[in-house]
Design a protein around this ligand. Structure first.
Ligand code: MN
Length: 291
């Protein structure tokens, strides 16, 4: 069955993700013309860990790889890409909040466009583990390759063939700029994670947060706080010391338009912050389930 693994992992009564209509996949597969370009997208996904999901349309579904560090425009920087279950084509426009269960967290549509195979037989290339292709997105362009690894990374994951490397080929679109830092926002809404969360329920994770410790946990804590302020019609709070690293990483690298909301309103009243914090103080005791 098409998308069997995708469906097994999800409960569609509790996730806003598309369930995937097999007829849509069938129609899509019929219409596809690789020479004209097929759909691709990259979703920035803050779940238990931050990662970037690279998805290439093929035969009516989206072949998918989770890239922990995101794509790099530098050909010297090979990025680990773990192949995950095929996703429905409808997933390609998805952006939103997954409140619980598999992949719980925030999904941002970080890039989208078309991809064109640079080889005759895509199936053969996938089987061989060496797929060369051209991307024409808003952020990612030019020639790339996905290469399956059998060595170090392959054996680390049990050698099940899910480990690939995503590598930029040297061309006019290659460069040293860190594209994930340079262009961190959504190509769909122009929002950042806190805007996506604020548009829905910023208080969705008063307990049982999808990211608990480490970098992702600190990042999520800041995002929740900022989302609550946005929802309340206030400017997001200045980053606390705890989240300083995250804040500083972003400084000066945000895209145009980002500054508007922050400017002049940077010193929001502190009173709300305390109120926001109160329910969260109970979370460590109440969170039990593992997402
Ligand atoms: Mn993901």
């Amino acid at each position: 069955m098409v998308l069997e693994k995708y469906k097994q992992k999800r409960n569609f009564s509790s996730t806003p993700e598309p369930s995937g209509d097999p007829r849509v996949a069938e129609e899509r597969a019929k219409k596809a013309n690789p020479e004209k370009g097929l759909f691709f997208c990259v979703q920035k996904h803050l779940a238990s860990h931050l990662h970037y999901d690279v998805r290439l349309e093929w035969k009516g579904v989206l072949l998918s790889w989770a890239v922990p560090k995101g794509p790099s425009l530098d050909p010297k920087t090979k990025r680990l890409a773990m192949q995950v279950e095929d996703h429905p084509i409808e997933y390609g426009t998805f952006e939103g909040v997954i409140p619980e269960g598999y992949g719980a967290g925030i999904v941002m549509l970080w890039d989208q466009g078309t991809w064109t195979p640079e080889v005759e037989g895509v199936d053969a290339a996938l089987k061989k583990g060496d797929l060369k292709f051209t991307l024409d997105g808003y952020k990612l362009k030019g020639s790339w390759v996905l290469v399956r690894t059998s060595g170090r990374w392959g054996s680390q994951s049990g050698g099940d063939g899910r480990s690939w490397l995503l590598i930029k080929h040297r061309d006019e679109w290659a460069g040293e700029v860190d594209i994930t830092e340079f262009a961190p926002r959504s190509v769909k809404s122009d929002g950042d994670f806190e805007d996506i969360l604020a548009a829905e329920q910023p208080d969705v994770w008063q307990s049982n947060r999808p990211a608990k410790g480490g970098e992702a946990g600190a990042m999520l804590a800041t995002i929740i706080e900022r989302a609550a302020r946005l929802k309340a019609g206030e400017a997001p709070a200045p980053a606390s010391d705890k989240a300083k690293g995250t804040r500083e990483n972003r400084k000066g690298t945000r895209e145009k338009g980002q500054g508007k909301r922050d400017k002049g309103k940077a010193r929001a009243p502190r009173a709300v912050k305390k109120a926001d914090r109160k329910p969260r103080a109970t979370t460590s005791a109440t969170r039990k389930r593992k997402s």
